[in-house]
Structures are given as C-alpha cells and as structure tokens.
Design a protein around this ligand. Structure first.
Ligand SMILES: C[S@@+](CC[C@H](N)C(=O)[O-])C[C@H]1O[C@@H](n2cnc3c(N)ncnc32)[C@H](O)[C@@H]1O
Length: 263
C-alpha cells in the first residue's frame, strides 16, 4: 500500500513538473513573438523615416538644380566680425531652424549661404552644432551676393529700409543679413547694401500691424529664421497676414490693424 502511495506521489510530481515546463515554454515563445513584432515595427518605422528623408532630399536637390519658380533666399554670412561669440552661437542655431523650416516646406526655397568662409567663427559653430552639416541641401559659397547674382535681381532685406517689400517673386534673390544684434546696431545692412547700389526693402509689418499698447518694448527687427519663415509663407500663400500670423511672435508687441481680417 505504501509502495502504491509512493508511486502515485512520484507520478503527480512528474506530471506537475511537465506542466510547469510546458507553461514556461509557452511564456518564452510569447515573449519571443512580442520581441519579433516590436523589432518589425521599429524596422518599418526606420524604413519609413529613411524613405521620407530621401524624398525631402530629392525635393531640395531638385530646387537647387532649377529654381526658376522657387523662392531664392540668400543668407549673407559675412558679418561675423560684427558679432560676439554668444551672438555667433545664436546665429548658428537660427540657421539650423531655418534649414528645418525649409525641409518641412511643401515648396522649399533655394537657400544660399554666401560669404561663408572656411575657418570663420560661424563656419566652425555651424559644423560643431549641426550633425551632418556638410550634407545640408544649401548652396554654400565664400563669395558675396554681388559676386553670385546680378545686382538688379538682389533685394537686400533690412528693417531700416524706407520702402516696404510688396511682393516676393521668382527671379529675385532675397538677402537676409546673417546678423544677431542683441544690442541693436541700426542700419548695418542698409548702409552696406546702399553703398553697393543694391535695392533694399523692409518687411511690410507696419502696413498690416500696429503697436498693441500693452507691451513695454516694440520691435520689428526679426531673427534670421523668422524672416525666412515669413518669406516662405508669403511665397506660398501670397498673403502677408498669413505670413505675419506665422512669423511675428506676440512678444514683438505688434497686433493686426482693426481692418485686417485675420480669420
Ligand atoms: C536680427 S536682424 C539684424 C538687423 C541689423 N541691425 C541690420 O542692420 O540688418 C537680421 C536680418 O534679418 C533681416 N530682417 C530682420 N527684420 C527685418 C525687417 N523687419 N524687414 C526686413 N528685413 C529684416 C535683415 O536682413 C537683417 O539683417
């Protein structure tokens, strides 16, 4: 009888071990399946983002080959000597944002960096700050805008210009001064452009906006990337209100005129 009980106990033990092993095996299989699925998802996400990156690269290379219908913007990076290290650092960040905006645009602009000399502070800072900067789809040259383009096609944007820009057209080159002036140095770009007989224009902010009356400081001097965003938006929407809605931050103190329809 004892022998029978021992045998029964032994068989129960073996059976329970077998069930335990089977459950463990099933759990392991499920874990492996879940891992396979996660890595498949990751792989397809990676493939999708790679494809998207290649599509954007191709779109930008195509506008660099033929910009006859595109917005052409040139950032004049020959102003390093007028800035301190902190301002150069900020300018490099703004150039990164400008490039990011252009990559996201439905119709990207052909962007030039002119006066971009190897070994200058802004050159070094751009390479230090931005991964893969060498691969950026931007036409970079150490030449000046007047060496690159016909004088009569150049419009140098300056907040101090007398005349407002009325339109943005293919065939013109819109030059933005590569400047960050924390302690505002007025008329730097205006004087330099005028000296070379280049047309200057300011953004038509005051034609559409007025001082809010609630701010301490008011400014219509924008950062390089903000000017770029405004131009890009105007070029696609042909509407200054849309462009300023996107590009003029509320802290500048300006609000739309009462007769401007903003909806
Ligand atoms: C931070 S601003 C530098 C302003 C600088 N004091 C100057 O003399 O041009 C950087 C550049 O953005 C462009 N910009 C900024 N605000 C502008 C405006 N309201 N109208 C036209 N261009 C503007 C100009 O090309 C300018 O050189």
């Amino acid at each position: 009888k004892n022998e029978m009980r021992r045998l029964l106990k032994y068989e129960r033990k073996v059976e329970s071990k077998r069930i335990k092993r089977k459950k463990e095996h099933e759990r392991r299989r499920e874990r492996e399946k879940a891992m396979e699925k996660a890595s498949e998802i990751q792989l397809s996400r990676f493939a999708r983002s790679n494809l998207k990156r290649r599509e954007v690269d191709e779109k930008m290379e195509s506008v660099m080959r033929n910009d006859s219908h595109a917005l052409v913007v040139c950032v004049d990076l020959s102003w390093s000597h007028s800035m301190n290290d902190k301002e150069i650092n900020k300018l490099a960040s703004q150039l990164g944002r400008l490039y990011g905006s252009n990559r996201k645009a439905e119709a990207p602009a052909h962007v030039y960096f002119t006066g971009f000399k190897k070994g200058t502070l802004i050159w070094n800072e751009c390479h230090r700050k931005h991964n893969g900067f060498n691969e950026y789809k931007i036409s970079m040259t150490d030449k000046s805008p007047i060496e690159m383009f016909n004088n009569e096609n150049i419009i140098y944007l300056s907040p101090d210009a007398e005349t407002a820009l009325s339109n943005v057209e293919a065939g013109s080159v819109y030059v933005i001064g590569g400047l960050v002036d924390e302690t505002v140095c007025k008329k730097l770009t205006l004087d330099a452009a005028t000296e070379h007989g280049i047309c200057t224009r300011r953004l038509p902010v005051k034609e559409f906006m007025k001082k809010s009356g609630r701010h301490k400081n008011y400014s219509t001097v924008f950062a390089v990337n903000q000017v770029f965003d405004i131009l890009l938006k105007y070029h696609s929407a042909k509407d200054w209100v849309e462009a300023f809605k996107l590009g003029v931050p509320p802290r500048k103190g300006y609000v739309f005129n009462d007769d401007v329809i903003t909806s």
